[in-house]
Write a protein that binds this ligand. Sequence first.
Ligand code: ADP
Ligand code: TRP
Length: 325
Amino acid sequence: MRIISGIQPTGKIHIGNYLGAIKQWLELQKKEDCIFFIADLHSLTCPYEPKDLKESIIEAAICYLAAGIDPEKSIFFTQSDVPEHTRLAWIFNTVCPIGELERMTQFKEKSKQFRKNINAGLLTYPVLQAADILLYKAGAVPVGKDQVQHIELTRTIARRFNQKFGQTFSEPRAILSEGSKIMSLTDPKKKMSKSSDPNNCISLFEEPEAIRKKIMSAVTDTGKTVKYSPKTKPGISNLITIYSLFSEKSVKEIESNYKEKGYAEFKKDLADIIITSLQPFREKRKEFLSNKNQVIQILKSGAEKAKKIAERTISEVNQKIGINL
Ligand code: ADP
Ligand code: TRP
């Protein structure tokens, strides 16, 4: 099966993203035909600084390569390097009902957030996303919950296209991240997120001292017993989940190891485990940072592979819609 997913060139990845989503991509990459790309054209719909965009694209590529996307196994490229995405998006614009676009939650939220810049790209964003997916005839799309609506619209567009021009696309399904939900370190009732206070989350590339500081000051209850009980002890339970996922020890095992010890000792060990687990990511990132040309090369060669598939679909589509002379 072919799998595809796009990544916005914004923000840093945190251990919540890693444990909740990226780890699953790395599993998929082992056995399926995977395509991952940096959705730079999508990012143009929100305010940005043109002089910083190139760096953000490279930075995002480095983060995902360091996190484990393997260009030998998966196709990895930048969306704007394969112009077939926008060609197909235009054609899809002509079969996509405008009412469906206006109902999209992301469109409504972004229009509120960027009141002064409600551009047409914000509205047609999901049409480009449908093109990203159907251009490669992908069967499944690993995404977060917030993107499910866009995958449903992709299915609608595929159906409409097929009805009008004959069977061309099958309908892809969303694969929802199954990993545990990691909660904020400062407010364990909220999810860990890059868009709230920096102490709430640990970046995948965080330096050891910062990791230690954030874990030692993570919010817990006033109790002492290291016990997993998300309802009554959300803070310590979240830390146990993180401990368990990084150490591959069961919750029971952790509880029994720390029965006699208090929170402080547990936190100290947890910080050590995270520091050691993230070390390979930090090192890989530094290697790529000092060799950005290699990263650009990886993206360019990924784009060439993607283009081969994309051109086949565009030529089939052009023929079906009647513009192939
Ligand atoms: P953020 O909320 O930090 O901006 P995104 O919305 O960009 O993160 O999420 C990217 C992916 O990471 C999604 O698949 C989402 O399900 C997953 N993810 C984000 N935050 C968490 C979390 N705290 N715990 C588990 N998975 C998460
Ligand atoms: N819209 C997605 C997000 O914000 C990114 C994206 C663009 C995407 N094109 C895609 C995801 C195609 C999956 C498939 O996260």
